[in-house]
Structures are given as structure tokens and as C-alpha cells.
Ligand binder design. Structure first.
Ligand SMILES: *Cc1c(COP(=O)(O)O)cnc(C)c1O
Length: 399
């Protein structure tokens, strides 16, 4: 039975600008791999804030970091250094090939920064070159420039005129990319696994080829690791599994483990912002930097990523046997950014029935289910989720 406060919650939805269809649910609390709704129904969560909650819901280390930092210092203004900002920047650079960091509040803002930096570099070092090659079906965010960079067909007619200067090329097509480079090209920007497109990995030869093209034509390589970064693909960063030396990397999502922080990391050779070119009121505030440092600390713990890879293997085996039983398609992805092709079965319908049965999933396409659980996943939760999926698929295929 709905309580009156619950009716209140659902009536209050009219006060929000509608931006997406949402089920009649309001989550009241989260614990690790689980969410609890207004009826205290429990859900196994394989969305996790949209590949955001690296350590699951309300992890103890995040709570502690929030409590400690909020008592100490929340916002001294971005015009001053603060300790968590310095610590986090140093740690990110120590564990990557990059030298400098600019913190932002969202992945889109980090990518916006990467676009600005590339254009600035083009003005300073490449006779005003400004064009950026991006890829079909890519996703880089929802600011006007990042929507313009995005290769999602549904974005094409929106908010015209877009920001110009983005050349779209077929993903994993090296020859087409090479052909698209001209005098005005300043950068190539890609996701190493296209997440929103349905978990489509870049081929090893493609990325190695892009890296070579960039070197040959004095073009910057930008990797958008907003979804793939911070252990999601089984290494701290996805580029580490490729033969590539990107000049710029953007992070978001898993970096904060649930709190709003993102970042642009750069090779110091391309550092060229003048004072005033870039900034933001909340950028690098100590509250979110302290939480992010705590999250990163966990991911860097000995054995953490090895366990991500072990449970990923187990998950893939279970998906393969599910595919056998119900005539589904192939499994894609790396680490704990996985997807399965559902062939004839409607993926959005699976999502709906799974939610009713207590499992939260995402269907980025009609025929694709995406899995983005917390990186602390164990074989037990895999078994629990697969059991629910089995039950849902049995009901759907017997319809
Ligand atoms: C989610 C995402 C973004 C946008 O991040 P926001 O924090 O939503 O602005 C950009 N790029 C990729 C690859 C993403 O997955």
C-alpha cells in the first residue's frame, strides 16, 4: 500500500521539467549493490548511477571522506589551492601518462575543456587549425559543443545551428579517418569503448593506427574516458590496454563514485591555456576532491583490479550460457562494462520485467542490454542477477 507521503512524492513530479520518462519509483536509500524504493522493495542495481558508483551505493570510505572534509573545508573558492585538489591531481598523474589536471563538475564540461584546449593549441601551434574528428554513434555530453561533437543520429536535428568544426567518421574505420584529416584538423577524439552506443569497443589496430596518424600529421589524440576510466574496463584507464599515447584524457562518472566531479588530464607538452581561458566556480572544490581521492584509493588497492577482471570473466561465462539457453547474441565489452545482444527479444521489455523482479538494467538499444555494476561486484551478485534474468527471459520467450 502507498503511504500518503509516497503519493506526495509522485504528485511532486509535476514540479520537475520532464526530460526523460521515469518509472513511478522514488529511491529512498542505497546500500552497496542494492537500492530500496518508496515501498522498501529491494533492487539489485546494475545501473549504479549510470556506471558512476565505483564502490556501490554509500560506501563507507565515501561517507567518512564526506564527513571529515565537510567539517574541515567545503569551498574556499577556485581562486585558491586546497589540499584534496592537490592530492587528487598528483595521484591521477602518478598513475597515468599525464602531467596536469583540470577538474570539472561533469563529463561534458571536461570534454568541453578538451575541445577548448585543442582549439587553443591549434591557434598557437598549428596555424589556427580547429577541426576535431569524432565518430559516428559516439557520445561526448550535452553542452552545445559536446552535443555537436557527439555522433548520435538523434542529436543531429537538435538545437541548430550547432557548434561547427566537428567531422564525423565511421568508428573503427582507419582509412576513413585518414581520409578525413586535412590542414585544419587539430584533434581526433574518441571513446575507447563507445558506452552509450551500446558498448562497442575500438579495435586494437584502429587505435594504434589513430595514434600513428596523429603523430604523422601533428594532430592531438583525445580519449574520452568518462565512462571507461577508473577501473571500469579492468585497467585503471582503458587507454592502457591499447597502443596509444593520447595527449588528452577526460574522466567523469566513476571518478567521483557518485559525487559530481570530472577531470581533463593532459600531457604537459600541450598545456597552453592562458589565465582566464578556463575556470568554474565549483571546479576542484575540496568536498568532491576528497571523496574522489577516497574512491581512487580503493581502486588502487592491491588486488582490486585483479578481482574486477576475475568477476568480469565469471560474468561473461554466465552471459554466454544465458545466450546458449535463450538464443541470444554475443557478449561485448571489457571489465565491468559489458553488454549482450538480445537478438529477437526486446531489450527494453527485459529491462521492464527485470525491474519488476528486482533487477535494474539498461537497454541502450532495442537489441542490447548493458551491465554497469559497481566494481566491487562478486560472483554472488552475478548469480543473483543472472537468476532474475533467466526467469524474465523464460517468461518472455514462452509468451
Ligand atoms: C556520460 C558520458 C559523458 C557525459 O558526462 P556527464 O557527466 O553526463 O556530462 C561524456 N562522455 C562519455 C563517454 C560518457 O559516457
Amino acid at each position: 500500500m502507498k503511504s500518503s507521503s509516497t503519493n506526495g512524492l509522485l504528485a511532486q513530479q509535476n514540479y520537475l521539467i520532464p526530460i526523460t520518462p521515469r518509472p513511478e519509483l522514488c529511491f529512498l536509500r542505497g546500500e552497496g549493490h542494492y537500492l530500496f524504493d518508496q515501498h522498501d522493495k529491494r533492487y539489485l542495481d546494475w545501473i549504479q548511477g549510470w556506471a558512476v558508483n565505483t564502490l556501490g551505493h554509500s560506501a563507507e570510505v565515501m561517507q567518512q571522506a564526506l564527513i571529515k572534509q565537510s567539517a574541515q573545508l567545503i569551498n574556499p573558492s577556485p581562486a585558491f589551492y586546497n589540499q584534496p585538489m592537490l592530492t587528487l591531481a598528483e595521484r591521477l598523474c602518478e598513475h597515468s601518462r599525464f602531467d596536469q589536471v583540470f577538474f570539472t563538475n561533469s563529463g561534458a564540461e571536461a570534454n568541453e575543456g578538451a575541445i577548448k584546449l585543442a582549439r587553443k593549441w591549434g591557434q598557437k601551434h598549428k596555424q589556427g587549425a580547429y577541426k576535431i574528428i569524432t565518430f559516428d554513434h559516439s557520445f561526448h555530453g550535452r553542452t552545445l559543443a559536446t552535443m555537436s561533437a557527439t555522433g548520435k543520429a538523434a542529436f543531429t536535428p537538435l538545437f541548430e545551428p550547432k557548434v561547427s568544426g566537428f567531422t564525423k567518421v565511421a568508428y573503427n574505420d582507419l582509412a576513413a579517418t585518414a581520409a578525413a584529416i586535412d590542414e585544419q584538423t587539430v584533434a581526433i577524439m574518441l571513446e575507447l569503448i563507445q558506452g552509450e552506443a551500446g558498448v562497442i569497443p575500438a579495435d586494437a589496430e584502429f587505435v594504434a593506427g589513430l595514434d600513428a596518424l596523429c603523430k604523422q600529421h601533428n594532430v592531438l589524440l583525445i580519449v574520452d574516458e568518462v565512462q571507461t576510466g577508473i577501473g571500469r574496463t579492468g585497467s585503471l584507464f582503458a587507454y592502457q590496454q591499447y597502443q596509444a599515447q593520447p595527449h588528452i584524457m577526460t574522466l567523469g562518472k566513476g571518478l567521483g563514485g557518485g559525487v559530481p566531479i570530472a577531470a581533463m588530464l593532459i600531457d604537459k607538452a600541450v598545456s597552453c591555456f592562458d589565465y582566464g581561458d578556463q575556470g568554474g566556480t565549483y571546479n576542484g572544490n575540496p568536498l568532491v576532491c576528497a571523496v574522489s581521492a577516497a574512491v581512487l584509493g580503493e581502486v588502487l588497492t592491491e588486488g582490486f583490479l585483479a578481482q574486477v577482471n576475475r568477476v568480469s570473466d565469471y560474468f561473461c561465462q554466465q552471459l554466454a550460457s544465458l545466450a546458449d539457453t535463450f538464443a541470444l547474441g554475443a557478449t561485448r565489452g571489457k571489465g565491468l562494462l559489458l553488454a549482450i545482444n538480445t537478438a529477437e527479444v526486446s531489450a527494453p521489455r527485459i529491462v521492464e520485467l527485470a525491474r519488476e523482479a528486482g533487477l535494474l538494467l539498461n537497454a541502450p538499444r532495442e537489441d542490447t542490454l548493458r551491465f554497469m555494476p559497481a566494481l566491487t561486484l562478486t560472483e554472488n551478485e552475478v548469480d543473483e542477477g543472472i537468476a532474475i534474468l533467466t526467469q524474465v527471459l523464460r517468461a518472455l520467450t514462452e509468451e
